[in-house]
Design a protein around this ligand. Structure first.
Ligand code: BGC
Length: 792
């Protein structure tokens, strides 16, 4: 019904060459015979090569440059959209039966337009799952896979072929505007999460695009930014997560990033896209640009950036000119085109999948709720939680309590049918929420919203509403008629801009006054105050955390956020999330605060495309080297507000002694530890395995996360035995001089920990002699001198 192409879905019985019979054969071009590219028994390579051999030069160029995008004043798409609101489409060749492949965002759920035709009343809502920072806080890889499976089912049922996610840039700095779309400051956690998400989505027979490859760690001038970073920092921190994801999930596609890296746009860099990604890591899929990235389409082709998105006419001109003057060999375009055709062969579109436009949104909402509750991190609990809905009357303060934020803005946003707010979640669970205070907030929110112009495009920025000052009236009635105060602090951010220090990382004066006044009033009456953080990334907590009794980091938990949070507040779900990113005491404690978000190059002028600003040429040096996140705080003894890997539970866990399979490393080593639930409530524990290396022949952080595991739900008194396996590569660091991953000789310490700051048990082993684990290419050298921080 919905196929865009006149496929003749002939079941071939006798007319295949060589008499082969197969049920999968489709006569895509309708010529009544099985051509090589139609032969399901031929290799994907041969089939794609056959298609490419049938294309004219113009058609090849049409294929490698996407179909465009409708942005008035900037670019126009030539074709009607198959799926409204999808981010991009690839050229189709109906005469060959090759359909247009559809690409749509994004990391927290499928992003398409929720309505198409105002008369039909039909909707195309997608599930807003929790943001990636919330998913990674669960440290539960099976959960990431499950979320991926659910998300992928919507991709498939809405007729989309490739989901533009997951994203896995590193949380280099808390002000990064898109950190919510990314998993962690640690590459192992990021890479593992991404691999499981990819495997989950792709189990539906649709593709993913892991992005943004690589070092797109801020939004300011993101298209004009040159990142200078050392080879070691790139290999160990920024590339490592992508390497894990590629090797463990072989995603259908990779999206290169906007920025330049060491002087070259990532989308134009063969060292990155061919030498590292394909030759070293064995990536088999295609690479696409980020939307409008780079400045030279011919170089993108040569670099192995197969597909240019969303595609603009002048890019075709650049490719044709380069082919004509001999500066670009056609073999590159043929190879790029071949990879795109391979993607088309993998797609549901070519299989003529009869998508329903009716994914199981109810079932997926339950997955979203479970994932949101598993990702919640309990940061503080002074006997305030859990709550009994029958006994506790609640006064909810903060506009965030009523306007819960499901996820961030920009392409990482999802068009969901609803978002359950905290207050709705409380009411759904039979809590009594103070109605007078509720009415006051709702009135304030409506008034403030009415004052604002409506947002018309995702490029427009809507600053958050100012917090409502808490009046004495709301305080006195609240304290009198309730047992507990809940305060929600909300933060939102997204594409195109980074967060600010004032009023975003740091709380506003009104917010601080609210915390202060509410806490004083409730404590004076012997009542507790619980703080909820509905945020996409790190905020300052140290100055106010002592004033409240509990702090619940709910993140932006997707459309079921309010229900999921109440599951945790009541103890229906015992919190088991742990921080994927450090919460510092003050912003300046973060090493990258000295060089974030980079500087405009003196004298450089803003570059425009039509009416749109592409930014001003800028430069940033990653002078902190590998000392990102906990690697810095832990190695340099800098105190944090809440350390990496930290999170509380309503129960307690005891750890046994870690046992190693050997005291001498001979290629692999197993560490085993027993964890027992020593409290009164069933719960799960995230166990982290860090390794401290000798750090004699190499500069090493004090310790690094090398593995992790999460127990199943343990009943009180129940224990679990967890095994961790370490290979030489897990112990290795990147030696720039030798362009190799090297495991230095000497004494190592394995540390089993509840967080980076809470080692429960440790054991030592020796690596008798240095191991050169893997030699790689000497590529991506810095384009200018960079002096890095070291721990020597
Ligand atoms: C974003 C990508 C996104 C693309 C398509 C870009 O602005 O950086 O993450 O996939 O748009 O919407």
């Amino acid at each position: 019904m919905k196929q865009l192409f006149p496929f003749l879905f002939l079941l071939l019985v006798a007319c295949s060459p060589g008499g082969k019979q197969t049920a999968d054969y489709k006569d895509l071009n309708g010529n009544g015979q099985m051509d090589v590219y139609e032969d399901p028994n031929a290799s994907l390579d041969d089939r794609a090569a056959d298609v490419v051999s049938r294309l004219s030069l113009d058609q090849k160029v049409d294929l490698v440059v996407g179909l465009g995008m409708n942005i008035p004043g900037m670019t126009e798409s030539k074709k009607p959209e198959k799926v409204k609101g999808a981010a991009g489409n690839i050229m189709d060749f109906p005469e060959l039966g090759i359909p247009s492949v559809v690409l749509a965002d994004g990391p927290a759920g499928l992003r398409i337009e929720p309505t198409r035709d105002s008369t039909s009343g039909k909707t195309y809502y997608c599930t807003a799952f929790p943001i990636e920072s919330a998913i990674s806080s669960s440290w539960d890889l099976e959960l990431a896979r499950k979320v991926g499976e659910a998300m992928g089912s919507e991709v498939k049922e809405y007729g989309v072929d490739v989901l533009l996610g997951p994203a896995l840039n590193i949380h280099r700095n808390p002000l990064g505007g898109r950190n919510f779309e990314y998993y962690s400051e640690d590459p192992l956690l990021s890479g593992k999460m991404a691999a499981h998400m990819v495997n989950g989505v792709e189990s539906n027979g649709v593709g993913t695009s892991i992005k943004h490859f690589v070092a797109n760690n801020n939004e300011t001038n993101r298209m004009m930014m040159n990142v200078t970073a050392s080879q070691r920092a790139l290999r160990e921190i920024y590339l490592r997560g992508f390497e894990i994801a590629v090797k463990e999930s072989q995603p259908w596609t990779v999206m290169s990033s906007y920025n330049k890296l060491n002087g070259t746009y990532t989308s134009q860099n063969p060292e990155l896209l061919t030498t590292i990604l394909r030759d070293e890591w064995g990536f088999e899929g295609l690479v696409m640009t980020d939307w409008f990235a780079g400045d030279n389409a011919a170089e993108q082709m040569r670099a192995g950036n197969d597909l240019i998105m969303p595609g603009m006419p002048h890019q075709k001109g650049q490719i044709k000119a380069a082919l004509a003057d001999g500066s670009l060999d056609i073999k590159y375009v043929d190879e790029n085109a071949k990879r795109i055709i391979k993607l088309a062969f993998q797609s549901s579109s070519i299989k003529g999948y009869d998508y329903s436009d009716q994914p199981d949104l109810k079932a997926n909402a339950q997955v979203a709720r479970q994932a949101a509750s598993e990702g919640i991190v309990l940061l503080k609990n002074n006997e305030a939680l859990p709550l009994d809905p029958e006994k506790v009357n609640i006064a909810a303060y903060g506009i965030g309590s009523y306007q819960f934020i499901a996820g961030g803005t920009g392409s990482g946003d999802v068009n969901e049918a609803y978002t359950v707010s905290l207050v709705e979640g409380l009411k759904n669970t039979s809590f009594k929420v103070h109605e007078t205070i509720l009415a006051k907030y709702e009135e304030y929110i409506a008034e403030e919203k009415a004052k604002r112009p409506e947002i018309k495009s995702i490029f427009e920025y809507q600053p958050p509403l100012d917090e409502m000052p808490v009046s004495d009236a709301e305080l006195s009635i609240g304290v009198k008629e309730n047992d507990l105060a809940l305060i929600t602090l909300g933060r939102n951010s997204g594409e195109f801009r980074d967060r600010t220090e004032d009023g975003d990382f740091y709380l506003t004066t009104t917010e601080l006054q609210m915390i202060d006044k509410v806490s004083k009033a409730y404590h004076a009456a012997g009542k507790k105050v619980v703080m909820v953080l509905n945020i996409g990334n790190v905020v300052e907590t140290a100055s106010w955390r002592d004033k409240v009794d509990a702090i619940v980091l709910a993140w932006q938990g997707g459309q079921e956020a309010g229900n999921a949070l109440v599951d945790v507040l009541t103890g229906q779900v015992n919190p088991s999330g742990k921080l994927p990113t450090t919460f510092p005491i003050v912003y300046d404690d973060i090493l990258s605060s000295k060089n974030f978000p980079g500087e405009e190059i003196p004298g450089a002028e803003e570059i425009k495309m039509g009416a749109f600003s592409m930014g001003t040429p800028s430069q940033i040096k990653y002078e902190e080297g590998i000392y990102v996140g906990y690697r810095y705080f832990d190695s340099f003894g800098v105190e944090t507000a809440f350390p990496f890997g930290f999170g509380l539970s309503y129960t307690t866990f005891d750890y046994g002694d870690v046992e190693l399979s050997s005291e001498s490393f001979d290629g692999t080593l197993t560490a085993t530890v027993e964890v027992i639930n020593s409290g009164n409530t069933a719960g799960k524990e995230v166990v982290q395995l860090y390794v401290s290396a000798p750090g004699e022949s190499m500069d090493k952080p004090a310790k690094e996360l090398r593995d992790f595991a999460k127990t199943k739900l343990l009943k009180p008194g129940e224990s679990a035995t967890l095994n961790f396996t370490l290979t030489a590569r897990d112990l290795a660091s990147f030696d720039t001089e030798r362009s190799a991953w090297v495991t230095e000789a000497g004494q190592y310490e394995v540390k089993v920990a509840a967080s980076v700051a809470e080692v429960k048990s440790s054991a030592t082993f020796k690596v008798p002699a240095e191991i050169i684990v893997e030699k790689v290419h000497n590529v991506l050298a810095p384009d200018q001198e960079i002096v890095e921080v070291t721990n020597k």
